[in-house]
Ligand binder design. Sequence first.
Ligand code: DGL
Length: 259
Amino acid sequence: MSNKPIGIFDSGVGGTSIWKELHALLPHENTIYLADSKNAPYGPKGKDKIIKLSIKNVEFLLKKDCKLIVVACNTATTNAIKVLRENYDIPFIGIEPAIKPAALQTKNKAIGILATEGTLSSELFHNTAALYSNGITIVEQNGNGIVELIEHGKADSQEMKSLLKEYLSPMIKANIDYLVLGCTHYPYLMPLLLDFLPKSIKIIDSGEAVAKQTKAVLVQHNLLNNATIKPKNKFYTNSNPRVMQTLLNENFNAEYLDF
Ligand code: DGL
């Protein structure tokens, strides 16, 4: 058992969608969330830079004595988790686009993946896509610009509606029946997605699976927190905390910190 915190980081506020899943499943755990919004988006930055930024975030969380780190960012996971696991001696949980469940369940034999350039160009993504693409059309779309809008509090804007129309129309034409959200910012688009997409298209992401995997790894390492005192949940951002605050329940406080 351990009452040390779980560390969570993302290029920005999107990983709070993962934190919500974690907190729902593991409400007794102390958590520290790091939003590197100053450096968002990670997607177009290239592998080396994404690795450097991920290491910076991990170093910060290790100084805070985290017992496990959740890389709540598909772009950082697909580009950097291998290096992180090689260099640090604590468990890491990553997130990748949920290609497998979509590919196994599609009836139309066509699925869509919306993710960042960094994720779609990664080796890890290519390998997983190759594994499940047999007999299935995978329509990949780079969600250029979506993360920036969410980071500026514009998840529900006209600009966002236009971007989604541009990115998703080819998928509808390709007759997909599953849309995979391959970026942790994208669950915040759910209202617009449900509005725009035909009802026959199911939307999936990996948030719940990440929470379950985190729990399993904590159990396996004997690291669950069994203390009954109210846990602490800290949220740090190196940009304007207002955006993160609006995504969090008002019981939780987003703080500015220059890291
Ligand atoms: N939330 C990150 C992800 O899941 C966004 C990456 C970015 O900043 O481009 O990929």
